[in-house]
Design a protein around this ligand. Sequence first.
Ligand SMILES: NC(=O)C1=CN([C@@H]2O[C@H](COP(=O)(O)OP(=O)(O)OC[C@H]3O[C@@H](n4cnc5c(N)ncnc54)[C@H](O)[C@@H]3O)[C@@H](O)[C@H]2O)C=CC1
Ligand SMILES: O=C(O)C1=N[C@H](C(=O)O)C[C@H](O)C1
Length: 252
Amino acid sequence: MTDTQLRVAVLGAKGRIGSEAAKAVEAAEDMDLVAALDRDDDIAELTKAGAQVAVDLTHPDAVMGNLEFCVGNGIHAVVGTTGWTDERFAQLRGWLDKSPQTGVLVAPNFSIGAVLTMLWSKQAARYFESAEVIERHHPNKADAPSGTATRTAQLIAEGRNAAGLGAQPDATSTALDGARGAVVDGVPVHAVRLRGALAHQEVFFGGTGETLTIRHDSLHHSSFMQGILLGARRVVSTPGLTYGLEHFLDLG
Ligand SMILES: NC(=O)C1=CN([C@@H]2O[C@H](COP(=O)(O)OP(=O)(O)OC[C@H]3O[C@@H](n4cnc5c(N)ncnc54)[C@H](O)[C@@H]3O)[C@@H](O)[C@H]2O)C=CC1
Ligand SMILES: O=C(O)C1=N[C@H](C(=O)O)C[C@H](O)C1
């Protein structure tokens, strides 16, 4: 251990992703895992341990309380936990305004393939009349649709709006509740929960005489680890809110 080591804590350290993240931080040569906390632990341990960065991989019900503590104590945060709304972002920005040196990265997905899927979906969206998202996850997931699918749909809507596209063609006049999915900014999003699945997404585009499918599969939790470590390294020198790992990637 040297003075230059980044002092990182993991919240949700007994969870599916948090437990892997704690191991990845421990294994990183430039980091020390100074706290690994879960539901029943006292978050004040973060300050006692001198954490510079907290990685939050907990639950939508827990993340805001954790962030209020972190930002209030000048601890940078890397957030993978889902459940983000405009109201939550406004609350977080308010806390950051009072602690302007603190950085928070909120990343809907830490895997490079998912980040590219989101960016390419925004690009493709402007050229196709129709766009729908289908995500597939393990059945223990708390939220639906996934944070990644929600963000993908928002980015598709941004692409469509920039291109002046209107509502999507859809003559459905009779449907069972839910048959056309949840609608996020005008984009239908369908969530499948399946034993054996991990984290998967397909984005379908349709235009005259052609379709385009962008598909991403996370086959193992390791797909998220490089992004989490990169986020921790970069967030300490990036004050304020960063939304999306793409801002920390050199994507040319
Ligand atoms: N952005 C990304 O790339 C990824 C995000 N996620 C998200 O991370 C979150 C966690 O996912 P999983 O690990 O699958 O869930 P999980 O249920 O396996 O783990 C969550 C852990 O957080 C703990 N926890 C709950 N409240 C807490 C609190 N107040 N303080 C500390 N720990 C607390 C739970 O006891 C549990 O051990 C979900 O929102 C999921 O969508 C998961 C994978 C990748
Ligand atoms: O809960 C998960 O597993 C995942 N959650 C994130 C999401 O909701 O998008 C990221 C990834 O899909 C895995």
